[in-house]
Design a protein around this ligand. Structure first.
Ligand SMILES: [Zn+2]
Length: 123
C-alpha cells in the first residue's frame, strides 16, 4: 500500500473535485462513527495509508493549536498526529470524495471512524 504524507494527501484532493455524494455515509466533516454495514465497500477505493510502518506504537496525541477538538469539522488534519497517523485513505468512486478511515479498538467494542478529507485543513 502506498504511504502518504501531507503533501501527497493534499494532491489527492486537488485531482478529484468533490461532487454531491450518493454514498450512504452521512456528511462527515469531523470524525464520525459508523458501522461496517454502512461502508460502501464496492465503491470505495483504497488509495494508501498514513500509518508509518516503522512506528510500532503511533502517538495518541492530537493536534489542536487553535482550540479545536477531536470531532471539530475545522480541526486540522494533522498527518503526524492521532488519529490521522493510524488512518487509511479511500476514495469513493461515485462522488469522488476522499475519506480517511481508522478503527478504534476498545475493551469490548470496535469503533470505525471516518472523516472527509479537506485539503485546506491538512498540516
Ligand atoms: Zn460517495
Amino acid at each position: 500500500m502506498d504511504e502518504l504524507n501531507a503533501k501527497s494527501l493534499t494532491a489527492l484532493v486537488g485531482l478529484t473535485p468533490a461532487k454531491a455524494c450518493t454514498c450512504p455515509l452521512r456528511p462527515c466533516a469531523g470524525w464520525e462513527s459508523f458501522t461496517e454495514e454502512r461502508w460502501p465497500k464496492a465503491q470505495m477505493r483504497r488509495l494508501g495509508t498514513l500509518r508509518d510502518p516503522e512506528v510500532y506504537e503511533p502517538t495518541q496525541e492530537e493536534h489542536h493549536p487553535n482550540g479545536t477538538r477531536y470531532a471539530s469539522p475545522d480541526a486540522p488534519i494533522a498527518v503526524d498526529f492521532f488519529p490521522c497517523n493510524v488512518s487509511d485513505v479511500y476514495a469513493c468512486d461515485t462522488c469522488e470524495r476522499v475519506l480517511l478511515r481508522y478503527t478504534e479498538f476498545g475493551g469490548y467494542y470496535v469503533d470505525h471512524r471516518v472523516r472527509e478529507l479537506d485539503a485546506r485543513l491538512v498540516v
